[in-house]
Design a protein around this ligand. Structure first.
Ligand SMILES: Nc1ncnc2c1ncn2[C@@H]1O[C@H](COP(=O)(O)OP(=O)(O)O)[C@@H](O)[C@H]1O
Ligand SMILES: [Mg+2]
Length: 424
């Protein structure tokens, strides 16, 4: 076959590479390109490779063209609903191959940086504390996706990547091959998705136990049903309607604050008069789990994950309080000054000292350290003082100190100090 007949159809997005320099005439697992990078990856059915460009690292998954097109479409459609999903960067079709051939299509996603696979999470000592964080992360992700009308169809531990998010864990979905999007999910569809998740998770936990030479009796087979239980309480918290006496405005405020506290943005608030107008029913439409990250981005332009944003916002509030800023203009100027004189220099220092670490996460870990130090000394400690002690003691409390090969490859990936969106 001539080369011309082997020209791929490549759909990419502005801001991402065009991927034309890759040799699409052969299967991705035969590539010997300089762009290939070795990244840790989980269990998968389809061939997956990682390639590095100036714009960042990308994951390329090869699969039959219809499935590839469907997955690309699903990821694209959910982009405005959630920040907890891999970002689609391209769709490749090899028109010279028949549609049912494995290599006839490929989906390209932005590599989710600083993430670790579930095996790292559920094995080793101390899963107790992490287990609780995992339940929250998993349930939070499923609720957010279901609220957006997204039926996953194959939710499992290995179809999610995990990242530290301040003191909690952030779950990011990566595999949308089996998913479907509806205006709204029925109770039955949600239940079905949870049942699939429970079955997948039980299987994965059984595998982990067997791999570690433990018996099935010792496997954490309840993990999935515990996720479902947490899902159910979060779902009802977010979707229940509340009836209050007309005029009890503070209850409306309380309800909204509670939802914000859970990290969910509130899109619409519907106040419906009931009982002849004596009472009102409050119905709230909940958006994505990005209340604090959105707020931080609006105030300072800093783009981080939800709980990192929550932690960084309290640092900003602490500085505002310290410098007695009260007016709105004063706050806006103060936030910019805090960003350029406090936040950015520290993040830069962290990324110089710890190049392989997510610098925003490390900043949150440092804030935790400073708080403990101040509590112990019963006084405020300056950043100068706290940071030098943190450094001198080998960065106690630093999370996610595992390898991130993306960064070791140096030039191919933007440095952590680049205060840009990290693309998840
Ligand atoms: N965007 C991404 N960022 C980081 N790792 C990824 C990304 N996409 C895929 N991977 C890695 O590749 C593996 C397989 O991806 P997945 O979409 O689940 O493929 P499959 O459909 O074959 O199961 C994942 O477990 C993960 O380790
Ligand atoms: Mg998968």
């Amino acid at each position: 076959m001539s080369t011309a007949a082997r020209t791929p159809h490549i759909l990419t997005r502005s801001g991402d590479p065009d991927f034309v320099d890759l040799d699409w005439s052969i299967p991705i697992s035969d590539w010997e390109s300089d762009r290939l990078v070795d990244m840790p990856s989980g269990i998968h059915r389809h061939p997956v490779v990682f390639v590095a460009y100036r714009e960042g690292v990308y994951a390329i998954k090869e699969l039959p063209v219809d499935l590839a097109a469907h997955e690309y479409e699903m990821l694209r459609s959910m982009e405005d609903e959630t920040r907890h999903m891999a970002r689609a960067a391209g769709l490749v079709t090899r028109p010279w191959l028949s549609d049912d051939v494995e290599a006839s299509g490929a989906v390209i996603t932005r590599y989710v940086r600083h993430a670790f696979p579930y095996r790292e999470l559920v094995t080793g000592t101390g899963f107790g504390e992490r287990r609780d964080a995992l339940l929250d992360a998993f349930a939070g992700l499923l609720v957010e996706l279901h609220l957006g009308g997204f039926y996953w169809g194959d939710c499992s531990l290995s179809n999610i990547l995990y990242r530290w998010d301040a003191s909690s864990i952030n779950a990011i979905m990566i595999d949308a091959e089996t998913s479907r999007i509806y205006d709204q999910l029925s109770r039955g569809q949600r239940a079905e998705d949870l049942a699939i998740m429970e079955m997948n998770v039980a299987g994965e936990m059984a595998d982990v136990a067997l791999e570690h030479g433990a018996s099935l009796d010792d496997a954490d087979l309840d993990l999935g049903s515990d996720i479902s239980a947490r899902y159910a309480s979060l779902w009802s918290e977010l979707t229940k309607s509340l009836i209050v006496t007309a005029g009890d405005h503070f209850r409306i405020r309380q309800r909204i604050d509670r939802l914000h506290g859970l990290g969910f943005a509130v899109e619409d608030i519907d106040l419906i008069p009931v009982d002849d107008g004596t009472n009102v029913k409050i119905k709230v439409t909940v958006g994505g789990r990005q209340y604090h990250s959105e707020q931080l981005r609006q105030i300072t332009g800093i783009d981080v994950s939800e709980n990192q944003a929550r932690t960084i916002l309290s640092d900003l509030t602490y500085h505002e309080a310290k410098f007695g800023v009260t007016s709105e203009t004063g706050k806006a100027v103060g936030a910019m000054r805090w960003r350029s004189t406090v936040f950015e220099p520290l993040v830069l220092r962290i990324s110089e000292l710890l190049p392989a670490i997510d610098a925003y996460q490390a900043y949150c870990d440092y804030l935790e350290f400073r708080l403990v130090m101040a509590t112990e000394r019963e006084r405020d400690v300056s950043n100068e003082e706290a940071f030098s002690v943190w450094e001198a003691n080998g960065f106690p409390g630093l999370k996610g100190a595992s390898d991130d090969h993306a960064d070791e490859d140096g030039d191919a990936v933007e440095g952590d100090a680049a205060l840009a969106a990290d693309g998840t």
